[in-house]
Design a protein around this ligand. Structure first.
Ligand SMILES: NC(=O)c1ccc[n+]([C@@H]2O[C@H](COP(=O)([O-])OP(=O)(O)OC[C@H]3O[C@@H](n4cnc5c(N)ncnc54)[C@H](OP(=O)(O)O)[C@@H]3O)[C@@H](O)[C@H]2O)c1
Length: 291
């Protein structure tokens, strides 16, 4: 393992406990961090990556790169350079990383030393590794890369209960943007709701208490009926006057919030197949027209 942070150490422990992989070298930037990782995993030989020699790093059959996304290509290059001095056939057979946004192709340099490469993205948050040990089973995992790597990783994931699905490596940025919308931007959306409530004098705690049952009900509706059918509110009803008044009210105190309201409103109008409320007002108001 190179980069045994939250995600990689969790997978390593699950695989060790399931008897899928025995853990060998565990390298992080610092030795102390690698030691903490091996303690968590319950196995492995900790080291500082910079001090790990070619033969020790090549002694494994499978190498998991769990460094942060921006470090992946650099680490892969360093491994390829170190392993290029070894006799042919002694580099690890499979190398994979855990990024949701980057493809297996980020490890392409390792093919020249004989490794098959893959990307494996568990669709979950590893913020609390200890808790995830209990709840990991059924986690969806996106997998793509060389056939020889997938032939090793797919059964290894099945053994710890993961639900593997294949993804096109060329689409990983868009695929990961889906997760950004579903997770990160959902948080931002709730923050925006809190800001709107604040303009009405409702504090953040009360705002979340008000939003909570709404969020739950809305999500249940989306999962049961799909996004378009779950959309309710003024835009779904085509209440253009209310939408414009609401936008103007927000803009008085917070232009950024008003802009976000407008952009999401436009998206909602397309989802509801209604006319864009802001464009609609720019059209001449004709009897029987859209306005
Ligand atoms: N966290 C999640 O919820 C999650 C979910 C799915 C996928 N992932 C993916 O998993 C990967 C790791 O994320 P993470 O959240 O586990 O990160 P993390 O907790 O920050 O761990 C990264 C680890 O990589 C080590 N590292 C960083 N750069 C290194 C380098 N140049 N050489 C050697 N070791 C290096 C760090 O060592 P030090 O401790 O010594 O600094 C650290 O232990 C990323 O590709 C991420 O996209 C994460």
């Amino acid at each position: 393992m190179v980069g045994a942070g939250r995600a990689a150490r969790t997978l390593a422990r699950l695989w060790r406990e399931a008897g899928v992989f025995a853990i060998g070298a565990v390298s992080n930037r610092s030795l102390a961090s690698a030691q903490a990782a091996t303690t968590f995993i319950g196995s492995g030989v900790p080291s500082e990556f910079g001090a790990l020699d070619a033969r020790a790093s090549a002694s494994a059959q499978v190498v998991m790169i769990g460094v942060t996304d921006s470090e992946i290509e650099g680490v892969a290059q360093q491994l390829a350079t170190r392993w290029s001095v070894l006799e042919a056939g002694s580099a690890p057979a499979v190398v994979f990383h855990l990024s949701g946004a980057l493809p297996a192709q980020s490890l392409a340099g390792l093919r020249s030393v004989g490794a098959a490469v893959a990307s494996l993205h568990p669709v979950t948050s590893f913020a609390d590794p200890a808790a995830l040990l209990v709840s990991f089973a059924s986690t969806p995992c996106a997998l793509e890369g060389d056939a020889a790597a997938l032939a090793v990783l797919e059964p290894a994931l099945a053994r710890i209960g993961a639900k593997v699905f294949r993804i096109d490596g060329n689409s990983k940025l868009a695929y990961h943007a889906g997760a950004v919308f579903a997770s990160n931007y959902l948080v931002c959306l709730l923050d925006a709701a809190t800001q709107a409530y604040a303009q009405a004098g409702i504090d953040a705690v009360e705002a979340l208490a008000l939003a909570r049952p709404l969020i739950r009900q809305t999500l249940e509706n989306v999962f049961a009926h799909g996004s378009a059918a779950a959309l309710s509110g003024p835009i779904a009803r085509g209440d253009v006057e209310l939408v414009l008044a609401q936008h103007a009210a927000l803009a008085v105190r917070n232009q950024d919030l008003a802009r976000l309201y407008q952009e999401l409103g436009r998206h909602a109008a397309r989802l509801a197949q209604r006319a864009d409320p802001w464009e609609a007002t720019a059209l001449p108001a004709e009897p029987g027209g859209r306005v």
